[in-house]
Structures are given as C-alpha cells and as structure tokens.
Design a protein around this ligand. Structure first.
Ligand code: ZN
Length: 615
C-alpha cells in the first residue's frame, strides 16, 4: 500500500524536515559514495525526531528499498523498529516526493528510485514488545533528553550498508550529544566506516555530565545523565580497574576510544534495569544507588559484563553475529544461533571472575554471586527440561527480555564448569582464558568467523581436549549441574549450617505506586501478636518512613538494622487511619548455605583456584 501524509504528524514532520533541509551540506570527508544523515532533535516535546538520509554519489535502479532494522544486535528481541516510524518522504533531485509502498513493518519500496536524493522520516519513541521501556534498546524523546539505539533511528537503503556514513545533529539550545562515533567530544558530527558501525553506537542528547579519563593511554568518556546528584569519581575509579583487568587477559584494548553512557534513575522497587554492549561503547539504565558502595554494586558486574562483550561476541564473531566475512548483521531476519549461552554465559562468568582475580571485588562477593546463581538455577522450571542450546535457538522468537535470565544463571555456571573441565582434562595446560585468547586471535583479529553450528569443534580443536561428553551433558543435554564435583576440583565446597535470624512475621510487598502492603501475617508470629493485619499499608518502622526510601525498603523487606529482642514500632494505615503497633523483634532458624574455600582441598585444586580466582 502507499501511505498518505495527513493529520497532526504532517505539520510536525514538515517543520522538522524543512529545518533539516537548511543544514544540508557537502562533505569533504569521503572521496567516493557515502550516506549522510541529519537528525533534528530541536523539538523533543513532540516526542519525535526528524531524520533525513541523504545519498551522495549512489547510483540506484528503478526501485530501492528503504529499511529500518527489526532488531538490535545484543538485545535479541525482534522489536521491528519500523513500527515506530511515523511517516516517510522519499524525495527526488528535483524536490518531488516519490511514490512508495510499505512492504512490511520495516521495509519500504521506493519507486522511480533513479532520481532519489534523500529519504526524510519521523521517528517516534519506541517501547519493547511488552510495551515497557528497557531503555538501552529503545528510544526516549522528551524535553529532558533524547536517547536512542542506532537501529531505531538510522535507516538504510538495501545493498548500500557498506558505504561510509556521517551524521549531523541539530540540538535544542544548551544541549550536548555523545556517542562512540562522535568526531570529537561535544561535537555535533559523527562518522562511521559503514552502517554496522553507525548503528552500533547509541546516542544520548541532553544536559548530561561528562568526564574524560585516560586509561592505559586511551580516551574513555563517562557520560552521565542522573536523576540525583552523585560523585562520579568512585564510578570512574572502579571502571579504571575493570578496563585494566580485561586488558590483562587479552593484552589489548581493541578500540581508539570508548564511551560509557549512563542513565541513572531513582530506584523503583519493581523495575527492570539493563545495559547493552556495543563495539566501542556501552549504555546503562540503572538505579542511582549509593556511589560510595559502587564497588559492591550490581553496576560493577554490569560494567564488567558489557566490557567483556567487546571481545565476545563483538570481535570473536560467529557467522551470524555480525562478521564482515558474512556480510555483517542481518537486521531484518530473526537470528537463530545455538550459542547465546556462550556469548552471555561465558561473558557473565568472566565479568565477576576477572574482578575477583584482580581484587576489584572480594572473594566473598564473588562466592556470594555464585551462590545466588546456584539457588536461582533451581527456581527455573527449564533447568532439566530445556537445554542451553535449545534456549539459545529459541531466543530469536522471545517476546520478553526476561527470557535472557537463564543465560546469566545456568549459562554462567556452565561456563565456569567448562573452564574447570578444560583445565583438569589438559593437566592445567589449557583453560577458558587460553580458549578466549585463541578465539580472539583466530576470529577477533582476523575478521573471520566461526561457523555458528560448530562451536564445540572450535573448542575441541583449539584446546586439543575432548569436551564433547561435557557438552553433551550440559549444553546440548539437560543434566543437572554436578556443581559439587566441579567445586572440588578448584578447592571450593558448598556448606550448609543452621543460623538464627531476625524475624517478625509479616510479608509486605510494594504495589504499583510503591506503597508497601501487607499480604500475609504468619500466625503466632511477633507481627500477629502486635496486631499487624493483611491489607495494612506500612507507613513507618521504628520511625523510618518512606522519605528514607532505601532504608525503609530494607527494614520492611529484610528487617535490616533490627536485632532479636529489640522493641519495634510499626505505623500502618488501615482504612485510611494511621495506627501505631508495638512489639518485639522475633527470631527463626534457617539453613544458611555458603560456598567456601575447602579446608580439605588438595594441592592441585588449591593451585587451580588461585590461578582462576586469585585466592
Ligand atoms: Zn550480555
């Protein structure tokens, strides 16, 4: 069908596109054909961006196909970003609008394309498939900021993705723009060697803070858009350690400069947070948190995780995961690879492991992270039903980013077990370190790719040991993870002991407005004796109210700061009336599990643990 331009959108579109036209200029950057984009963000209150793709020196046939990606590499969800394009205007050399037909949500066929000069279009805000916004892969446009992943905004003409690109941004007064492909910090211009590089550099515009830091001789930019004031120095210090820990493994930083884009929001209890890796940058949507504790924060693991992706899979390519050899990414079709577990699980294993090995996090924090994964793995009904390989293949059809979670839990544990397997089978001559370094030599530095269905053969060939039985059990198969046996080989053990813990006996969870409502009161508990009732809203505990949000949540959910036998005062709202209830903090006995260095470990297990984890 052919779209007609109408209604309110039309006025906005024409205004944005008219202003784009005045900024057109001829680039002296490229000698041959190239694509230039103008992104007009001067009217963020409209919730739209005006984008123009200009063709320079490109010869087209009678028809051309204008495309917007259907998915974003690394984000895996098949979002079909074309659905958020509000209107398109293919414009000829003489200024005429050319006829076109939309063939699918992300592809438009332009007729009489020989005379096509540019395509102007409007981009709206995007959401994920569930209508939510997992910021890093979507687009936010409002008077406070504009953020977008390149796949959501930059279209391409089919067959011309290999051309170099440049971008010119038009910003509201007082705004700045940042991305990994900017010409210089705070420049309104960006340059990419091809389309893959262009869309692999997310863009933040607004009034953010920006700090530059040189790490190992290379420029690193910290671009921070935070809802609350904070000190960036602790964040930069820990990131400095993370970058160096990764450098020690690969003996390289494979970029000229790197940009961290942080969007830090006031924590909401039931929110999803996330981050997305890119070729020379990463984007984070995270709670602000306490920056003095950043070393122990979830953010530490997340930064390390995204940074490891620089190699796996951004440079160590499988054929489908963006290798140049294979024509780059296919942005229009779902990606079916059995190796997401390796891309995500191995990455998450290294995220924490490199930090403990380099003493950025404590052995205790590392072991607690392992224990958490071990307890979560049992909570997923798929553990013994669906293999990691099958979960990987199915991910292309996922409707929710939550389906990623097993890769960070089971995938991470299997990656650690594979490391231990490689070490023990090779008499400690080969390890996951050696595997990744060799894969980087073979498939990272050469631009070649490993066949997506041959990962096991790659591991066998590079390591010279037979890991097929392991692979059959834990990657292709659904055997329960025999984690105790693997722990033994590195001098760790899973222990369990009875522990007395503080307990009051009410369970209060936040509703959508973050009011904590009591859902359950345990009979005969201290809470029952105090008179707490199901349906009460907790207003304060021992004088700590919702104004001290983090403390309040910790006290209500986990009784933090209370000791057995302490007096406690809980103020609840019941039927709109505040009621003060008094009682004592009770106790209960629980089985407390821990992963600990084993006191009976033999010499080789202890040596292996020291080499892997640094303790
Ligand atoms: Zn990841």
């Amino acid at each position: 069908m052919t779209y007609s331009f109408r209604s309110v959108l039309c006025a906005v579109a024409l205004a944005l596109i008219a202003s784009c036209a005045t900024t057109e200029k001829v680039s002296k950057r490229f000698s041959g054909a190239f694509v230039s984009y103008t992104v007009d963000a001067t009217k963020p209150e409209t919730g739209t961006l005006g984008v123009t793709l200009h063709l320079n020196g490109v010869k087209l046939g009678d028809e051309a196909f204008f495309c917007i990606p259907a998915w974003a590499p690394g984000a895996y969800q098949f979002i079909e970003y074309g659905k958020f394009i509000k209107a398109i205007y293919p414009i000829a050399e003489n200024g005429d609008t050319l006829p076109y037909a939309q063939l699918s949500s992300c592809v438009w066929q332009i007729q009489k394309a020989k005379s096509l000069k540019k395509v102007s279009y409007l981009v709206g805000e995007t959401t994920d498939l569930k209508g939510g916004v997992l910021w890093v892969e979507t687009t936010e446009i409002n008077p406070n900021r504009v953020y977008f992943n390149g796949t959501n905004v930059f279209g391409y003409i089919n067959g011309f993705k290999q051309l170099p690109c440049e971008v010119n941004y038009k910003l509201p007064m007082g705004w700045k723009v940042a991305s990994a492909i900017e010409v210089a910090p705070n420049s309104n211009e960006a340059v990419a060697s091809d389309y893959d590089e262009l869309v692999d550099a997310p863009v933040l515009m607004g009034k953010f803070e920006r700090v530059e830091s040189i790490i190992l001789g290379k420029p690193h930019s910290f671009v921070i858009d935070s809802d609350e004031p904070f000190r960036a120095d602790s964040l930069i210090k820990v990131t400095d350690e993370i970058v160096k820990a990764h450098y020690r493994l690969f003996s390289e930083l494979p970029y000229k400069k790197y940009v961290f884009l942080f969007r830090l929001v006031r924590p909401k209890f039931l929110s999803s947070y996330g981050a997305l890796e890119h070729r020379n940058s990463s984007a984070y949507f995270m709670p602000v948190g306490d920056w003095r504790k950043v070393r122990y924060d979830q953010l530490t693991n997340t930064i390390s995780h995204e940074f490891f992706h620089l190699w796996n899979p951004k440079r160590i390519h499988g054929t489908l995961l963006g290798s140049k050899e294979n024509g780059g990414f296919d942005y229009q079709n779902r990606l079916y690879t059995p190796n997401i577990w390796f891309v995500e699980g191995m990455t998450d294993y290294y995220a924490d492991m490199l930090l403990v090995r380099n003493r950025t996090i404590s052995p205790q924090a590392f072991l607690d992270g392992l224990l958490q994964r071990l307890s979560y793995v049992k909570m997923f009904p798929t553990e013994n039903v669906e293999s990691l390989e099958s979960l990987s293949l199915r991910l292309a059809n996922t409707e929710s980013s939550e389906e990623m979670i097993p890769f960070y839990i089971k995938g991470t544990l299997v990656a650690m077990m594979l490391d231990i397997e490689l070490r023990t089978l090779s008499d400690d001559r080969f390890s996951a370190d050696s595997l990744l370094i060799k894969m980087n030599e073979a498939f990272g530095k050469t631009g070649k790719a490993y066949p997506e269905d041959s990962l096991i053969y790659v591991i066998q060939t590079l390591s010279g040991v037979d890991v097929m039985p392991f692979y059959a059990k834990y990657v292709i198969g659904t055997d329960s993870l025999d984690i105790q046996r693997y722990f033994e080989k590195v001098g760790l053990e899973l222990t369990s002991r009875d522990e007395e813990t503080v307990f009051i006996g009410y369970l209060a969870l936040p509703d959508t407005a973050d009011n904590f409502i009591v859902g359950f009161v345990m009979p005969n508990s201290e809470a029952a004796k105090m008179g707490v009732q199901s349906g009460d809203e907790i207003l304060s505990v021992d004088g700590i109210g919702k104004d001290k949000k983090e403390q309040f949540v910790q006290r209500v959910m986990f009784y933090e700061g209370q000791k057995v036998g302490d007096s406690t005062t809980v103020v609840v709202s019941r039927g709109g009336e505040p009621i003060t209830l008094r009682g004592k903090v009770g106790k209960r006995s629980i089985k407390k599990q821990a992963i600990e260095p084993s006191t009976t470990a033999n010499e080789s297990a202890r040596r292996r643990r020291l080499e892997m984890f640094g303790f």
